[in-house]
Design a protein around this ligand. Structure first.
Ligand SMILES: Nc1ncnc2c1ncn2[C@@H]1O[C@H](COP(=O)(O)OP(=O)(O)OP(=O)(O)O)[C@@H](O)[C@H]1O
Length: 211
């Protein structure tokens, strides 16, 4: 299985260039942690790696077909229970048993609860459990530990380690120290001048020249 390779990638959000010249190669069994200030483009880069939006320039290999993108509660059916949601995804991805996913994120006691009645941290655990059912070898995770308590962060780190141990790849945008052996990529040096995110769209549109 090949690694995840980004070559001279440029990404934009809402037509505004955010990052340019991003190149990296993540080998099977390895993890990459994306760091950088709020709004620099971590989510945008992950979405581009997942094939959910096209790059402005450069390329990603493979495309999205080997990737599972995990962000917030997307794809969750509010009225279905935890087990029904996991069952739905297992069927969708051709995965068999949901038991390992339930166990990995301590969801057994919550299996009958509707997704809409889960707490924020429980909902996040359900979203992360989904990654285990995708069968995809490249996990792209956006702030995966938001709302998680300490025990759940540790469970998540264990799940990522196990994924890497199976030869999987993980790219994570996180500010939390997970204790996972990983390369870190500081996006600051790829930032397009003027695209300081989160500082107001007007400034971004007025400047936007490439560094
Ligand atoms: N739909 C949109 N249209 C235009 N601009 C957007 C849109 N969504 C996000 N942005 C802007 O794009 C920039 C990059 O956003 P992105 O979510 O990729 O940053 P981030 O590094 O993940 O931020 P954070 O650390 O705060 O999660 C931000 O300035 C954001 O305000």
């Amino acid at each position: 299985m090949s690694g995840l390779v980004a070559s001279d990638l440029a990404v934009a959000r809402g037509g505004v260039p955010l990052l340019a010249g991003v190149s990296f190669d993540v080998a099977p069994g390895r993890a990459l942690i994306l760091t950088g200030r709020n709004g620099i483009g971590k989510t945008t880069l992950l979405r581009t790696l997942a094939g959910l939006q096209p790059p402005l320039a450069g390329r990603v290999a493979p495309g999205g077909e080997r990737s599972a993108y995990g962000a917030h509660a997307d794809g969750m059916k509010a009225t279905l229970s935890v087990a029904e949601n996991l069952g739905f995804w297992a069927t969708l991805h051709g995965a068999g048993d949901i038991a390992p996913a339930l166990a990995a994120f301590d969801l057994d006691d919550l299996r009958g609860r509707a997704a809409q009645h889960l707490s924020a941290g429980q909902r996040r655990r359900l979203g992360l459990a989904r990654m285990l059912l995708t069968g995809r070898d490249i996990w792209l995770l956006d702030e995966p530990t938001v709302s998680l308590d300490r025990a759940s962060v540790a469970r998540f780190a264990d799940a990522v380690r196990a994924h890497l141990g199976r030869g999987g790849i993980a790219v994570l945008a996180t500010h939390v120290e997970l204790g996972i052996e990983a390369e870190a990529l500081d996006l600051e040096r790829y930032r397009v001048t003027g695209a300081t995110a989160g500082q107001g769209g007007g400034d971004i549109f007025a400047e936007g020249a490439v560094e």
